[in-house]
Design a protein around this ligand. Structure first.
Ligand SMILES: O=C(O)CCC(=O)C(=O)O
Length: 164
């Protein structure tokens, strides 16, 4: 479990409080700052503890972006998982983001690579949401090690491929 009580990437980063009234929106990001694998490898589960709506900052989702994840498109000027503006603007023209209302207690399960952002809460009631990231494979599973070997073979120079 990453946090309970606010809903942001990390309590340490400056966008941690967008769940409360009057805060700024998060930059668009995928979960986790490391480069992503090219296949589904982790899921995020969100459970809002209050009904979410556009007014209280319902999360913005960029559908279809999980196929790309964050590979090579993080903003190098910012210290974080944030997607660079040029990629956001390109994607916005292809398929703009959505902000669906989500009922309290719903389970929202998404590929961890999906671009998303928490939005400023315009109400005086905190928008509380539980957020958990779970791997889809155990790192001991042969099938997972095979996928990582294949990924490395496709993406890394031969001297950096290791044994997977
Ligand atoms: O505050 C939000 O709605 C988004 C939180 C978030 O970035 C996450 O759960 O990974």
């Amino acid at each position: 479990m990453r946090y309970l009580g606010t809903n942001s990437v990390s309590p340490k980063n400056k966008y941690a409080d967008e769940a409360f009234e009057g805060k700024i929106r998060q930059p668009v990001h995928c979960d986790m700052i490391h480069d992503h694998l090219d296949f589904p490898f982790a899921m995020t589960v969100n459970i809002p503890f209050v009904d979410t709506s556009v007014d209280n900052g319902a999360t913005e989702f960029w559908l279809g972006t999980h196929f790309q994840g964050n590979n090579g498109i993080k903003d190098p000027a910012l210290d974080g998982p944030w997607i660079a503006g040029e990629y956001l603007e390109k994607r916005r023209l292809e398929r703009p983001p959505i902000r669906p209302p989500i009922s309290k207690g719903s389970l929202l399960i998404r590929d961890m690579r999906l671009w998303h952002a928490g939005i400023a809460n315009e109400t005086s009631n905190p928008r509380i949401m539980l957020s958990m990231v779970r791997p889809l494979f155990s790192s001991n599973e042969a099938s997972f090690r095979q996928l990582v070997r294949q990924f490395n073979a496709d993406h890394l120079p031969r001297n950096k491929q290791g044994n997977g």
